[in-house]
Design a protein around this ligand. Sequence first.
Ligand code: HEM
Length: 231
Amino acid sequence: MSELRIPGATPVAGPTAIQVARGREDVVIGDEIVRHRLASRVIHWVVAVFFFGSLFTGMPIWSPVFGWMAYFFGGLSVCRWLHAWLGVAFAAAAAVMAVVWLKDMVFDKADRKFNVLEYLKFADREDPEVGKYNAGQKFFFWMVVVTGVVILLSGIVLWWPTYFNQALRSISILLHDICFIGFFAAIVAHIYLGTAAEPGTFHSMTRGTVTRAWAKLHHPRWYREVTGDRR
Ligand code: HEM
């Protein structure tokens, strides 16, 4: 934890929030707190690009209803090989993301009190014990990890179908489809929560910073830990 600027004080030459956010996180700079360092943001967006790449190349293979989407990638046969490779890239990037964020995503006893229905009322009354991530965010993270593994393994079976028996192929089709539909629904909710639902959150994945007010409201324990402010 470090305080590099004091609000209202005469500005002194020193690193800006964006500069600090390249290499460090969980530090206070004036009215801002660095939430995601550059490496975390880059890996998040790499995962997002490969996810949507896999989704949009997979949908025309999945159903003729989405066949028109294949034209954006050069046709259905291009989609077939591109989808497989984008899927591998997605799984690899998600594995790196899992390692980078793992230590912050371990469930603790404060998470037991998390009530998703209360949370979705957006009443702006967060449990004072919510740390850097709330239980919903941790659950989403673990869903990405587990679903990523299942999608990869079932995708490998579908990539080389002749090496596997019919039962395994059928189970793989079912798992692959369930995972991607569930994943898609979760991502829609994730995008809504990260943008329109909670103003100021998207900033954390672009500039890397949030305001002190945002941190105090949404992640009170993290705010206290990072700033030392016990009020
Ligand atoms: C355009 C789409 C996306 C937007 C706008 C978005 C936005 C965000 C934002 C703002 C955060 C930081 C939340 C915070 O600091 O509290 C975040 C975190 C995260 N994102 Fe995304 N994201 C997108 C796509 C994705 C995709 C495709 C995945 C995975 C496949 C993903 C996985 C995660 C995970 C695991 C976290 C940490 C847990 C959480 O905060 O929920 N994101 N995202």
